[in-house]
Design a protein around this ligand. Structure first.
Ligand code: ADP
Ligand code: MG
Length: 297
């Protein structure tokens, strides 16, 4: 775990005066499901396009697999769906996947397994044109996985699907991740990211707005950032406060999340009473969820 699969450094894409992506840096580590969250036009698809060599960056750089592989080898370890699924309409699922295997120069060996994974094995001999949108999307996922990539990239995979179709894609993403595939999922839906991903990167106007674990999104009581000269003493004391749910060391301060309301005044008074000398003390009020809802309005 913790192996770096992709490192994006200060990447930008300008279309004339539009900054689609603006000095974005992201590190993708193996074994996670990353949500790339942001309202329409925030730069998600452009970012994915750049790392997949479909869009040329205006500046900055990215590196796959710590630079150990050349571009061609690297692309073979990446599965991606960044457009609406596009297959030959009169060919069956099996025939379409065989064609994909020929294009990707991989064997047919995993076709059965992937069709079972996406629950299309029973419909393997039906023509693509007879599929529902959800089935088409699932076939696209099977196609992206047919060469057993290390990382799967999906851009808004549930757009246009009914609730059942959405649920199936979510389950499929989690199942794929549980088999060891790292995933990057771009979506404008907070709910989708919350239900599917363990890490989230929020984009706003092409810039990184937030990055962190998904479970911090809904913390509605806000959180504190606290640093002190005596960190040991600070930690011991904070651990004794019942309103504090979790302490995370976020160098050079603690990220202190709350499970109950606790005001700035109250906590600072408590710290003064303990003669703890504070070097950093910030209350971040709204949860990311509230902030995101404001952002997309
Ligand atoms: P998202 O996927 O988050 O909806 P995009 O990456 O598609 O956002 O777009 C980011 C911004 O870049 C938007 O303002 C969009 O209009 C602009 N943009 C994207 N592609 C192009 C293009 N080919 N030409 C001009 N502007 C573009
Ligand atoms: Mg997009």
């Amino acid at each position: 775990m913790g192996e770096i699969l992709l490192k994006i450094e200060n990447i930008s894409k300008y279309y004339g005066s539009i900054k689609a992506v603006d000095k974005l840096s992201i590190t993708i580590k193996k074994g996670n499901i990353y949500g790339l969250l942001g309202p329409n036009g925030s730069g998600k698809s452009t970012t994915l396009g750049m790392i997949l060599n479909v869009v040329n960056p205006s500046e900055g750089s990215f590196e796959w697999f710590e630079g150990k592989l050349n571009n061609h080898q690297a692309l073979k370890k990446i599965g991606a769906i960044i457009e609406r699924p596009n297959f030959y309409p009169y060919m069956t699922a099996i025939q379409n996947l065989k064609l994909i295997c020929q294009i990707k120069k991989c064997s047919y060996d995993s076709i059965t397994e992937k069709l079972e994974l996406v629950r299309l094995w029973d419909r393997r001999n039906s023509s693509f044109s007879s599929y529902s949108l959800g089935m088409k999307q699932r076939l696209a996922i099977a196609a992206a996985l047919v060469n057993n990539p290390e990382i799967l990239i999906l851009d808004e995979p549930t757009n246009g699907l009914d609730p059942e179709g959405i649920e199936q894609i979510r389950k499929l993403i989690k199942l794929t991740a549980s088999k060891g595939t790292t995933i990057i999922l771009a979506s404008h839906l907070l709910d989708e990211i919350e239900k599917t991903c363990n890490k989230v990167i929020v984009l706003k106007n092409g810039k990184k707005f937030y990055e962190g674990p998904t479970d911090q999104i809904t913390q509605t009581h806000g959180y504190f950032e606290i640093g002190a000269t005596d960190l040991k003493k600070l930690k011991l004391f904070l651990e004794s406060i019942p309103q504090i749910q979790q302490l995370k060391w976020n160098d050079p301060f603690y990220h202190v999340s709350l499970n109950e309301a606790l005001s700035e005044d109250k906590l600072s008074q408590l710290l003064v009473n303990e003669t703890i000398f504070i070097t950093h003390f910030v209350k971040k009020q709204p949860s990311l969820e509230q902030e995101y809802l404001t952002l997309i309005q």
